[in-house]
Design a protein around this ligand. Structure first.
Ligand code: UT7
Length: 319
């Protein structure tokens, strides 16, 4: 049976760093409040000229290099983003052009902060079906563009960035199991409730969130979907070497690890220096720990996404 495995990882963060103290000069907040409630110390913010496809390009080049492949070797491109360059064409098509290739299918996945795990599950199924052999799966976001920078309840939480993996056909997994869920009845607790119509923005172009409700939903959803995923893989929680939850808030990450009975040393935390980069957060964290030599070949990694929709999911992967 054909399976898929991660052949290379890459990521990119725009160079400009915005600290909590810098935000506190503009809005009524403090470094102490942000760190205590979220664990966030800083975030990277893209230049006005940089789009999600630009960030995705840098991350993709690094993932291709790590996999020792060229862009022309890729036969499927999936980009998870909620901050696409345009209404259309998709960011995946723009990325394909920037990579200098054409022909292979390229499309975006819109599952907000679960987008990368959704994209990984989709690409894994393409490869298992035998129709495609080498997929580029990317999470790329410029969330700074959809924040109300006067709303201290949301703007301090997010940042920009991109992460990518090359998923390649293999005889052994790789991706053991991916479980995905959504509950559209919870759409109102985290949304950007606007669109472009008749040449105008209708509704709001800014992120809105019921923070407490999102928090509670996230911890429960991540716990449940992780248990489902290890069961689907025929494994147990003890088989997990690393837990990489969507990086939203260190309190959510620690509560999730605690509920699952996993020690703090196995929990990957990058939210302190990346903030919440939505669909980019999981592949960014994965790449950082791979390049640091902490996540190594043979390690079992649980990737978890949760976010607007509401959507959530997890994927258990042997590196
Ligand atoms: O990708 C998924 C997306 N989002 C998330 O995962 C976020 C999930 N939720 C959270 O992380 C937390 O709910 C927050 C960090 C957003 C908020 O933390 P909290 O402990 O739930 O605080 P709160 O919303 O209950 O607010 C407590 C107080 C309020 O003041 P009062 O009403 O008690 O006087 C807020 O106005 O903190 C105030 N506050 C702030 N103070 C200083 C809210 N934001 C700030 C701020 N600086 N930036």
């Amino acid at each position: 049976m054909i399976r898929s495995r991660i052949a290379g990882t890459g990521s990119y963060l725009p160079p400009r760093i915005v600290t909590n103290d810098e935000l506190a000069q503009r809005i009524d907040t403090s470094d102490a409040w942000i760190q205590e409630r979220t664990g966030i110390k800083q975030r990277h913010i893209a230049e006005a000229s940089q789009t999600s496809s630009d960030l995705a390009l840098q991350a993709s080049r690094r993932a291709l290099e790590a996999a020792a492949l060229k862009a022309a070797d890729i036969d499927l491109i999936v980009v998870a983003t909620s901050t696409p360059d345009f209404v259309f064409p998709s960011t995946a098509c723009l990325l394909q052009a920037k990579l200098g290739v054409k022909g292979c299918p390229a499309f975006d996945v819109q599952a907000v902060c679960s987008g990368f795990v959704y994209g990984l599950g989709i690409a894994d199924n393409f490869i298992r079906a035998g129709t495609h052999q080498r997929a580029l799966v990317v999470g790329a976001e410029v969330f700074s563009r959809i924040l109300d920078w006067n709303d201290r309840g949301t703007c301090v939480l997010f940042g920009d960035g991109a992460g990518a993996v090359v998923l390649a056909a293999a005889e052994r997994p790789g991706v053991h199991a991916t479980v995905l869920h959504a509950d559209g009845s919870q759409a109102g607790i985290l949304s950007v409730p606007g669109n472009v119509s008749g040449g105008r923005i209708v509704g709001s172009p800014f992120l809105q969130m019921q923070g407490n409700q999102v928090f509670k939903f996230a911890v429960k959803a991540l716990d449940e979907v992780t248990r489902e995923t290890v069961a689907a893989a025929g494994m147990t929680l003890e088989d997990i070497d690393w837990l990489i939850p969507h990086q939203a808030n260190v309190r959510i990450l620690e509560a999730t690890a605690k509920r699952l009975g996993l020690p703090r040393e196995r929990l990957v935390v990058t939210v302190d220096h990346h903030a919440n980069t939505s669909a980019a957060s999981v592949p960014l964290a994965l790449d950082e720990f791979v390049r640091a030599g902490k996540i190594r070949p043979g390690h079992r990694v649980m990737l978890q996404g949760v976010g607007g929709g509401f959507t959530w999911g997890a994927s258990l992967v042997t590196m």
